[in-house]
Design a protein around this ligand. Sequence first.
Ligand code: NDP
Ligand code: MG
Length: 397
Amino acid sequence: MNKVQNITVLGATGTIGVNTLDVIARHPQRFRAYALTANSRFEPLLEQCRRFRPRYAVLLDVLAAEQLESGLRAQGLEDTEVLCGLDALERVSAHPEVDTVMAAIVGAAGLQPSLAAASSGKKVLLANKETLVMSGGLFMQAVRQGEATLLPIDSEHNAIFQCLPRDFASLEPSGVTKILLTASGGPFRKFTQEQLAHVTPQQALNHPNWVMGPKITIDSATLMNKGLEVIEAHWLFGAAPEQIEVVIHPQSVIHSMVQYNDGSVLAELGNPDMRTPIAHALGWPERLASGVAPLDIFATGQLDFERPDTARFPCLRLAFEVLEKGGTAPATLNAANEIAVQAFLDNGLAFVDIPRLIERVLEEIGTHPVHSLEDVVKADTLARLTAQDWLERKTAC
Ligand code: NDP
Ligand code: MG
């Protein structure tokens, strides 16, 4: 019988984290939640500790960590040690007793812990696409040098992974001519430019097919999520921008496709439920029950496909442009986008101004080569400051 795998779940209280724990709980003989982490929401983390009894619970926030500690002691839960701060997130990602790390922190904050997991040779289940967007070259190098096993959790990339040959190394020798990255199109797929000018955060948070955290839900509405995924596919599969085609597929039943030189197109289909890619990656190379209902192909009935409209959704164009530019440009785009999304959620920026702000920041600070993590962190910081400045000037007008 296989040894029980110790799993660190980074971002345990988020949508991906909760789905990961759901799959782990279905296979107690295979997996143990070894470390669970969050940013500041200690109450759901306390509940997860009560249920999964991890060795470590980590919060980024010091006060939240103190509250978690008191909560655990009040309930007599002595087997979980509470840690806090970025160092602790890196420590539980690289811990020698950990086999697998689910990297599911949202945003740029996930970069360093994901890198720590890769450098220390873990099986890395990567949900945090921002890691690859910001520093794809460095991260893939860390995977190679650390001899880590990298498995994509993003449903599209997991689908592509499943449609590639088992010994896949690069596209051409495998006969792959194109990656067809599907996108639902989000809640505003049919909106006119005039309608887009007036959309509210509440409307944007209402995704038609997937239940996700707020940041990625807004990214799905602007199509920035698909843009980030284009960059993610570039690094994961060594695909040039012209080998990646975005296909709007409103039903979200096909999670992506791979086109081969003999005319075959392979697709992965299923209900839109993140437990499928999570169970696939956790169990890989074996298959595991995930709790996802089987796809009812007759109820699905119809599968539609459209080309994306980058005039109404310029974020997708911007992502292709930064991928061509390379260097710090994708990290700049990512940081400016994080600021823009938060401003939109706080009612401080119109939906249509999200791409405008990002484009302005990209123009203002230019692109530099990336030699080290420091170059990426510098670009991220500068982009955030420039974006904040633009927002303040806009509010003052
Ligand atoms: P959520 O917003 O639901 O959860 C984010 C998690 O990260 C929470 O546990 C949160 O803790 C933690 N967190 C937030 N900020 C920090 C920080 N600064 N330091 C440490 N931890 C932090 O996000 P999702 O689960 O939706 O997404 C997670 C990642 O997975 C994203 O990168 C997203 O793009 C990617 N992804 C998500 C998909 C989905 O279906 N949800 C699909 C494909 C990819 P707290 O609860 O304390 O705030
Ligand atoms: Mg996705």
